[in-house]
Write a protein that binds this ligand. Structure first.
Ligand code: GLA
Length: 379
């Protein structure tokens, strides 16, 4: 498919094709930028890149999804506000160059089926896809974690979105039929098998994440403030990752109600992830589902990043047969919920939630049954 489009546009055969998946986070929300723990899975929706080298220093990029093309020189990579979809690729290319990797010009096309602005990390897929593209095209001998960090840097510094490392990490190093347990401080990780009799069902509220970026920045600052104020009580810690639930209780007198609740979410969520990994490895999906439910409550009440639509989807989900757990996923303020549903109940679940959502809010939910997939940089 992508090869064919490349052929049509450049009347040539691509030298390389790579694919980078989107992701869904099972548990561990708003913990990554607090040095904490996450448990995402890569999904079977991806962004594909096809391309070939050029003899000069010009990069020509065609976006299938935007039906548009841009061209830039590797010697002067600037942000393009008119074609902001190209900035992910520009950023990745710029930082590779800055690190001394001599890129060549290239012709490329990219496109895919990761829903955009739905909280399924289509931008991370573009960044990681671009990094995987350069790695393969030029045979760069670099390790996956280096490229993952570089992709995040492109998002943080070039595009200007202050995200954590989770999305790029899972897009790079996801594994088929597995979730990925990641410690966002040391970046140590391990893959945890997912059972085939349980499905990951994702419900897209259809509401674009309007407030997501500004509120995300507010949360990030609140977490830093909480750490600083907690430190004034003599409880040292570089980040909320270093604190236990009893520390937050002990520090409560010095925290405003908001900072107390923000900190309580992050700290309790880290503990939930650790337990979730343990019970998943032990095959106790009932308990896993309860932890997902508790995560949602904490995001809704303490972290305040859910929305009416997400709460409705979660409530509907929990009434259906075969559901083990339901929660919002990703940054919040719109986007998707993630549900763990017994395989034999998954189709009926999707239908019932779709209907219920339409009845309750007059809105259409898209529902996906995902399969955990391979990352772009996995060996
Ligand atoms: C967005 C960010 C991630 C992470 C989640 C919330 O997806 O890109 O780094 O912070 O929100 O868990």
């Amino acid at each position: 498919m992508i090869e064919q489009i490349f052929q049509e546009i450049y009347t040539a055969t691509p030298e390389v094709v790579v694919r980078a998946p989107g992701r869904v986070n099972l548990i561990g929300e708003h913990t990554d930028y607090n040095d904490g723990f996450v448990l995402p899975a890569a999904i079977d929706r991806s962004i594909a890149f096809a391309g070939r080298r050029r003899a000069d220093r010009v990069v020509r990029v065609h976006s299938v999804d935007f039906g548009a093309s841009v061209e830039f020189s590797l010697d002067d990579i600037q942000k393009d506000d008119k074609n902001s979809w190209s900035n992910y690729i520009r950023g990745v290319s710029k930082y590779l160059e800055e690190d001394g990797h001599q890129l060549t010009g290239a012709d490329m096309v990219f496109g895919g089926n990761v829903p955009r602005e739905a909280g399924l990390s289509s931008s991370a897929a573009v960044e990681v896809g671009a990094a995987a593209f350069w790695k393969k095209l030029l045979g760069l001998g670099v390790d996956p974690v280096y490229l993952i960090k570089l992709a995040r840097k492109a998002e943080n510094q070039f595009v200007g979105v202050p995200c954590g490392i989770m999305d790029q990490f899972i897009s790079g190093l996801g594994r088929e039929n597995h979730a990925l347990f990641l410690d966002c401080r040391g970046l140590s990780y391990r893959h945890v098998p997912l059972r085939s009799d349980v499905k990951i069902v994702v419900c897209n509220s259809g509401v674009k994440r309007a407030l997501a970026q500004s509120e995300y920045e507010v949360r990030l600052k609140q977490c830093r403030q909480a750490v600083a104020q907690i430190a004034s009580t003599g409880l040292a810690g570089k980040s909320l990752r270093d604190l236990a639930p009893e520390d937050i209780e002990a520090a409560r007198p010095v925290l405003s109600d908001i900072l107390y609740r923000r900190a309580r979410h992050v700290v309790s969520e880290n503990y939930r992830v650790l337990e979730a990994v343990k019970v998943l490895e032990a095959g106790d999906l009932g308990r896993f589902g309860q932890l997902m439910n508790a995560s949602h409550e904490s995001l809704r009440d303490d972290y305040e990043v859910s929305s009416k639509e997400l709460d409705v989807l979660v409530e509907l989900a929990r009434k259906q047969p075969g559901v083990l757990g339901a929660r919002m996923t990703g940054a919040g303020f719109g986007g998707c919920t993630v549900n763990l549903v017994r395989q034999d109940a998954a189709e009926a679940f999707a239908e019932a939630v779709r209907r219920g959502y339409q009845d309750a809010l007059g809105l259409k939910a898209e529902i996906y049954i995902f399969k955990a997939s391979q990352g772009a940089l996995s060996a």
